[in-house]
Design a protein around this ligand. Structure first.
Ligand SMILES: Cc1cc2nc3c(=O)[nH]c(=O)nc-3n(C[C@H](O)[C@H](O)[C@H](O)COP(=O)(O)OP(=O)(O)OC[C@H]3O[C@@H](n4cnc5c(N)ncnc54)[C@H](O)[C@@H]3O)c2cc1C
Ligand SMILES: Cc1cc2nc3c(=O)[nH]c(=O)nc-3n(C[C@H](O)[C@H](O)[C@H](O)COP(=O)(O)O)c2cc1C
Ligand code: SF4
Length: 662
């Protein structure tokens, strides 16, 4: 059993004792449902946080709507956050803090002015309830390039008004029983806009030098300090690096940190990523674990207050960071969304029982929102439904055959067995995992999902049979009460001359390293698998071009897209959208490139030289068994990619749904 002792040492921020070093990071946008309407506490909102408090986190950092009107930008940017915008809301927030304290967990509130970032929200959804927020403010007003929205340069009087509003918000939060206040000074919001030379072009005392750009942040911190008194902890959330040309560098951030501490901060919480580099705020699958810990470690050397780090941290990496001394606390958002019990399981050394976040980005992808707009998690079906989600015992024990050991089949089989059914799971290959295995072969950290699912099968008592392709005759012989067809999908091909040539291979063959690939490569297909394959080859020194019938990265989550594009550009991968293959020869690909010139589309015939042509043109459902099984069992269900090619989110959700239905 592996013990992670450092994670469970008590820690301190100012006068506040925290029982361990694991913090739930603030979660605002994405949980918009939680307190609607009015920002008063609801059972659903509380249930999400209480589950994490019971799960053992030392501290919860709550994202709230804190600033009073007319500065209450949270009402527009994150409607449905718990509100403390006026004294009327204090009693409701107090119910929240009391409930969290009952679990021995500390809880802070974050004050955010979203500044110019809400231009896009306002342009999409004009705030009819709060027309005063139509005036979107910034250190330096300008025309928002994407929406055409004109932002307003704050006057000195308005700056003073906002500083006062931070002070009043802090007073209300303290009155509501929160243990500490957190000032949001990063992620491209108003304070960060003052700090960054990219967004602050003022020529008065709030712009120009680094001291001047920090003035607003420091005046906010000092005003908050006056209001909360000397013993109440103030945490300042800052960017350690913007990873953006012209933005804040680590060198600037070290200096910022010193100023914030001098102004009264008791701890610094180091994050990253304004909108343009969101993938550094939410590091995804393509990025390493804990990429921001290095920034935290550098800033820690410059100040004498505790440092909190965030960004793709799991229990093992958290322990490592604390041991190395890069930070005093580690903070998790998505890992705790994926498993509320992570701290308890880590403390008990049950690391394999932790349901792992795979950093797939689906919780932030609007395509995967629930009907009420709530974020949903690929691996944790109870997310946001803590009050109602249950796996209940089956009324009658049935004999169920699950065909296919991919993510869908494994989820279905485990859920069914947990409910008391007699379940056998049949897989044609000599290992479980299906397509996810291909991904895990070149990105080993996502293998945690398969290890977790396999352990679940074992614990639930599922009978697993490998190395046999199940047929309709096999099923007839087994005479089950129900069959779940989870046979997944196979790579699709193209209907163009030359596609059967020896120089043409499938992307998954490349990723599994089962084929030899030449130096000059053309990949046909610009969606996730095509882009991943391009990166895989470019990292191995190949010269790669991608041609895509439509746009590049269509349907890929925004943050993954940012990370991929950054890497593909760095590796010099050439991207050709709107390009339709015409034929493949032994020397490369003939294609039609659409320049998009109106009035008629201007198709230009081009040739791409290639030693190897890689097909990444999607997949086709392997659903032949569904029809063959009709009438052979009283209940037949088809799930996951077999029911329509999608992604791991749908595979796991449909597996769990059918598992709860039979
Ligand atoms: C390279 C790659 C990268 C990907 N990246 C992502 C990503 O980043 N995010 C994302 O969300 N999705 C991604 N996907 C898609 C995702 O992996 C799939 O949507 C998901 O895993 C589908 O799961 P499934 O269980 O429905 O099907 P599969 O994974 O296809 O599993 C089906 C299983 O059934 C078995 N089988 C078939 N017929 C039989 C039979 N008759 N008897 C016994 N066994 C049988 C197969 O051997 C296979 O193991 C990626 C896919 C690939 C290939
Ligand atoms: C759904 C969601 C909402 C978030 N909302 C906020 C927020 O309101 N304020 C904030 O400072 N950070 C917010 N974050 C960023 C997290 O606090 C955290 O820094 C980030 O997700 C990286 O941690 P992780 O890799 O453990 O998810 C949010 C993250 C997610 C996933
Ligand atoms: S949806 Fe994906 S990224 Fe989000 S918490 Fe769940 S597993 Fe993690």
């Amino acid at each position: 059993m592996q013990t992670l002792a450092k994670l469970f040492e008590p820690g301190r921020i100012g006068t506040m004792e925290v029982k361990n070093r694991i913090i739930l990071a603030p979660l605002g946008n994405g949980f918009l449902f939680a307190t609607k309407p009015g920002g008063y506490l609801t059972d659903r909102h509380l249930a999400f946080y209480e589950a994490r408090a019971k799960g053992g986190v030392g501290m919860i950092q709550l994202s709230v709507s804190a600033l009073g009107r007319p500065y209450a930008t949270g009402l527009v940017f994150g409607p449905g956050l718990l509100s403390i915008v006026d004294d009327d809301h204090i009693a409701s927030a107090r119910k929240f803090t009391d409930a969290i304290h009952a679990h021995g967990t500390k809880v802070t509130f974050q004050i955010t002015h979203h500044g110019a970032v809400i231009a896009r929200s306002v342009a999409q959804r004009p705030p009819v309830e709060y027309p005063e927020l139509m005036r979107v403010v910034a250190p330096t007003g300008k025309r928002d390039i994407l929406t055409g929205f004109e932002t307003h340069s704050l006057t000195i009087d308005e700056i003073e008004g906002i500083i006062e509003a931070f002070g009043q918000a802090a007073r209300r939060g303290k009155a509501a029983g929160f243990d500490a206040v957190r000032i949001q000074g990063c992620h491209g919001y108003l304070i960060h806009q003052f700090l960054s030379p990219r967004t602050n072009q003022r020529t008065d005392e709030y712009g120009g030098s680094i001291e001047n750009r920090c003035r607003f942040a420091c005046e906010v911190t000092r005003r908050v300090r006056e209001e909360v008194g000397p013993d109440y902890p103030i945490i300042f959330r800052m960017n350690g690096d913007d990873f953006l040309e012209g933005g804040i560098t680590l060198e600037d951030a070290v200096q910022h940190g010193r100023f914030f501490v001098e102004a009264g901060a008791d701890a610094l919480d180091v994050s990253s990523g304004p909108f343009e580099t969101h993938h550094w705020q939410f590091p995804g699958m393509q990025q390493p674990f804990a990429p921001l810990a290095r920034l935290a470690g550098t800033i820690k050397k410059a100040v004498a207050v505790p440092i909190i780090t965030a960004g793709k941290i799991d229990a093992l990496n958290g322990e490592r960071i604390l041991k190395e001394g890069s930070a005093d606390f580690i903070q998790m958002a998505r890992a705790l969304m994926a498993d509320a019990e992570l701290p308890n399981k880590a403390r008990e050394g049950r690391l394999l029982d932790i349901r792992p976040c795979i950093y797939c980005g689906h919780c932030q992808n609007p395509a995967h929102r629930a009907e009420d707009g709530a974020a949903q998690c690929t691996v944790n079906l109870a997310l946001g439904r803590e009050l109602e989600y249950e796996v209940e015992p089956a009324d009658r024990r049935k004999k169920v055959v699950v065909i296919g050991g991919g993510t869908a089949g494994m989820e279905a089989a485990r859920t069914l067995a947990e409910r008391g059914h007699e379940v056998s799971l049949h897989e044609e290959a000599d290992h479980m995992g299906g397509q996810w295995n291909v991904l895990a072969a070149y990105r080993p950290e996502v293998d945690t999902l398969l290890r977790y699912q396999e352990r679940g099968l074992e614990q639930a008592g599922v009978e697993v049979r490998l190395n046999h392709k199940l047929t309709a005759d096999d099923v007839r012989e087994m005479a089950p009460d129900a069959v779940v067809v989870a046979t997944g999908a196979r790579p699709a091909s193209l209907d163009v001359p030359g596609v059967d040539g020896p120089n043409v291979v499938q992307a998954i063959e490349v990723l599994e390293e089962s084929v030899v690939v030449g130096q000059e490569v053309v990949i046909i297909g610009g969606r996730l698998v095509g882009l991943d394959t391009a990166l895989f080859l470019a990292e191995r020194g190949k010269s790669v071009s991608i041609i895509s019938r439509s746009k590049i990265a269509r349907g890929v989550d925004h943050n993954l897209k940012l990370a991929l594009m950054e890497k593909l550009i760095a590796h010099g991968v050439r991207l050709y959208p709107n390009t339709v293959p015409d034929s493949i020869t032994e020397r490369g690909v003939n294609a039609w490139w659409d320049s998009g010139e109106p009035p008629a589309k201007d198709h230009v015939f081009v040739f791409f030289k290639a030693d190897t042509v890689v097909l990444a043109v999607g997949a086709r459902s392997d659903d032949g068994l569904t029809e063959a099984l009709s009438g052979l069992a009283p209940e037949v269900y088809t799930i996951g990619d077999a029911a329509g090619v999608r992604d791991v989110f749908d595979a796991i959700h449909e597996g769990a749904d059918v598992g709860r239905r039979i």
